[in-house]
Design a protein. Sequence first.
Length: 544
Amino acid sequence: MDKLFVILLILPFSVFAQKGHIGNHSYSQELLGSVRSSYKHINIGSTSEESVRDYLMDKGLISDQSDIVLLEEKRSLVGVHYAFRQLIKGVPVYHSQIKVNLDLEGNIRSIFDNSYAIDGLSANEFPALAIVNDFIGQLRGIIRFTEESVYFSRDGYLLPVKLLTVWEEDHSNYEVILNSQGEVLYIQDLNRYFMQDSIVSAKVFFPDPLTSAEQVYGGSYSDNSDGDNTELNAELYEVTMSVDFNNDTFRLSSPYVEIQEFSGPVTTIAFSETPMFSYTRSQQEFEDVNSFYHLSAFKDYMEYLGFLNLVDYTMGVDAHALNGSDNSMYSAKRLYFGEGCVDDAEDADVIIHEYGHAITAHAAPNTWVGNQRKAMDEGLGDYFATSYSRNINPFNWEKMFSWDGHNSCWPGRTMVTTKQYPGGLSGDIHADGEIWASTLMQIWEMIGGETADQITLQSLYSYAQNISMTDAAYLYLDADSLLNGGANYVSSYYWFELRGILPSLPAGFTLIAVNHGSTDVSCNSACDGTASVEGYAGVPPYTY
């Protein structure tokens, strides 16, 4: 979908939302960085940062002129994950992440190296502060900014530049690279679009009115300017949820989700003096309740799968945001849901898609770099949303954004694309994300939703800057190896291979066709819709 949301910048750039591109594309071409991937299993004796640094020093990544600094240490169910940033002569290098993923026995499972050679170091001076002030002086509605001297890779050289991080009143949050002449070399948007507890009852769409009614958009099952009718009200389901109770009032707040007001239009946040939140979609409070419930439910589901520390902060949620635009986004631990056409917070697909960005940002911070990496972020949001909604009701599950899209508002996306990798890549991260999401759903059908979701969540911790879908597929297989001893290796590999993401299975694997009946809806053009794979026992060999 191509809907426009005005960004108050003199210098226009591309912003990515959950439904499509926003704004004009001028400066933010994706960096042509490349990651060096390694999947050799090497035991370094422990999972400590010191052991990892010693290993990287032996590999030449630490020297008299080049060093690394720890950015993040994450612990997942079965691993420890370190992210470092390269320093040259004590100065950080932009987008130079080195990601090292270990199992709990001190075995390095994978390394993704985005560091740069120092032989291309420019002798130019870093931009003067006056250059920064001149640029900032052109902006309108700026709230704050930070500046940092970094090296930036351009045409084979490492240039001394200023990195500005800017926040504006309209919720814009972006990075700007300025050279010593004040020229903008690169802009990257950082937004990603798309107490005492008490149990209360609430009415929500479950997951949306079209899916639960098993209807298609039109007639009584239309937005109709947010209006109520008998048919749509019949699709309100009563659920229970845990909220905050204080001073005789129930509020939509929990340790992990809180409905807040931080983006126009200004609305009154839903509260209740009785243990019941009962609204219809014509009332503004309904979207507050609907988004709070589905976000809380998905957080509970992740904890059920074992990920107790994933998105372990209070997520601020504004269910009536972005001045009514028909777009939604994730940014800096907040979710913004627009109201154009079908209100976005009425559709669980939109709600969980945006939460998907928060999940990947928390599991693998500072890795949202590279077109394929960004496309996978969109695809993962679609995958989590579809898994969630399909578990509730499988009707038309292949239609991503079942209520919000696939109508006169916008066409939505599909979870059964026939596009192949890599030929089907277009450079549009939302369109390319369909490739990743559809492949994951094929695996989901074969090995089961809970198993597939757990493997997917575990694999996210190993994500790094500039990784490809091929890299991510290997990380998926490695996550299954750690969680399940490789029990789903062949079944998963089958679909990655069929899509073109992974090369042909190694010799010795036996593929046995098993009739799955209705699964043909999710096959791509190279699939007959009945294939399953069996015939391999134990932990499979690595074929990287």
